[in-house]
Design a protein around this ligand. Structure first.
Ligand SMILES: *Cc1c(COP(=O)(O)O)cnc(C)c1O
Length: 432
């Protein structure tokens, strides 16, 4: 698989390079040089999830990873199902929250971990994944890399600023997963990550890698569950399928649109946002005018400058898709709550992110169409909000019960770069 940088087409890389680098020059995103449609989509839809997914990924990645090896990586990554739940006659929720951290980010993070581990196997020194989190991503990354040889993970997060349960989900693993609670806010954590990448001692000495959400391996993994959703629909409901995708950085939507470019017969997409509505306003007016980010109940979508958007533009620009297949809508806080209650009325318990996608789908769905909205997180991950809005108790699923009783292993440090740097060398170079 060849990829090129959307900011500088002369910057071309192979799949292994794109996975290891993440971003190209000038912070440009890598994009496939060519997306060839799959030959036998019908045949693929008849296959089981893991087998189908490794064939799709092998078609995309090509010779860069041997197909038997790739099948093994996919099997290791996709160890949990992605079922569709019927909400009413023409509406389904694609539940992407049955992984170890109960959110769709498990799919992408686990496949990325598998790829990085294979592609770095020839390195003498371990690589270090350094990342800052305000909750979700850190947990997915920590679980995905836990126990993987030759890779250390360091996660920085703001002390006392994430929910205790969220914190337990990634600070109790131990082994190659190191967590640091900084006495500061999320922005300061991000700043520390940036300073580390700018510091040659740390960047080169510890072989830093960011493993962030713009990594191409994550997107490719996410393509697979759109096929999985389709394969579970009754035949008579496959003709006019509309996906509604709750969007923040727009990675999930990009993956869906790549699935369509590969020949999966999706009719159209709805990009659903909360009041951080840069894209819906842009889609209406043609003007890109990001506002300051506002805090909402659907906090994983509190993004006003979505970093994957240039990839969506590229899918249109290079003629893979027509702009008419995308509409965009934003849902405010009041309607988010209303949508959660409407879903409750349909007998389905949901959380704010999925509820936004459901609401936008409902506003858009026409007679004869079948709608699928993406359930990106388990309701228990947003337990307080869900209990407050719905007035019903939410029970904890097993992964949360398991970690709730364990001891957190984080180091606590002041937000001082030199102190952090010493700590990193102490924990990662103790054998040197
Ligand atoms: C990350 C996240 C989103 C947004 O996904 P993008 O790919 O960034 O658009 C939506 N819902 C939940 C629960 C998330 O964690």
């Amino acid at each position: 698989m060849q990829l090129f940088n959307l900011k500088d087409a002369s910057d071309t890389v192979s799949y292994p390079e794109a996975v290891k680098k993440g971003l190209g020059k000038q912070q440009g995103l890598y994009f496939p040089a060519k997306i060839e449609p799959l030959e036998d989509v019908e045949g693929l839809l008849a296959k089981p999830f893991v087998e189908r997914s490794s064939q799709i990924l092998s078609h995309l990645i090509g010779d860069d990873i041997d197909s038997d090896k790739l099948a093994e990586l996919v099997e290791n990554a996709f160890q949990f199902p992605a079922p569709i739940a019927k909400v009413n006659d023409n509406t389904y929720c694609l539940e992407l929250f049955h992984g170890p951290t109960l959110a769709f980010k498990d799919f992408g993070a686990r496949f990325m971990a598998q790829c990085l581990s294979t592609l770095s196997a020839d390195k003498k020194d371990p690589i270090t994944i350094l990342t800052a989190t305000s909750g979700d991503t850190g947990a997915a990354v920590a679980h995905a890399f836990h126990g993987i040889e030759n890779i250390n993970v360091v996660i920085l997060y703001p002390k006392g600023k994430i929910s205790p349960l969220q914190e337990k989900l990634f600070t109790t693993l131990g082994g190659n997963i190191h967590t640091v609670a900084l006495e500061s806010d999320f922005d300061a954590c991000q700043q520390m990550v940036k300073s580390s990448f700018d510091d040659p001692d740390v960047r080169d000495g510890l072989h830093l890698n960011s493993a962030n959400s713009i990594n191409i391996s994550r997107l490719l993994a996410q393509v697979c569950y759109y096929f999985e959703a389709f394969s579970q629909l009754p035949e008579e409901q496959r003709a006019e399928v509309v996906f509604s995708v709750p969007s923040g950085n727009f990675g999930n939507l990009t993956a869906g649109m790549i699935a369509k470019s590969l020949g999966l017969p999706i009719k159209r997409f709805v990009a659903s946002t909360n009041i951080n509505d840069t894209v819906p306003r842009y889609w209406e007016s043609g003007e890109w005018l990001p506002d300051p980010t506002k805090a909402t109940m659907s906090n994983a979508m509190d993004v006003s400058q979505p970093n994957n958007w240039p990839r969506i533009e590229a899918l249109f620009e290079f003629g893979y898709l027509d702009k008419s297949i995308l509409s965009a809508d934003s849902v405010d806080e009041e309607y988010t709550q209303l949508a959660m209650k409407q879903l409750q009325g349909e007998g389905y318990t949901s959380e704010p992110h999925a509820a936004i996608a459901y609401k936008a789908l409902k506003r858009s769905l026409k007679d004869g169409e079948t709608g699928i909205f993406l359930g990106t997180a388990h309701p228990a991950k947003f337990r307080e909000t869900v209990e407050n809005v719905l007035g019903q108790p939410i029970s904890l699923p097993q992964p949360l019960v398991d970690c709730a009783g364990k001891e957190g292993l984080s180091a606590e440090l002041p937000a001082d770069y030199e102190v952090l740097k010493q700590h990193l060398f102490k924990i990662l170079k103790s054998d040197a």
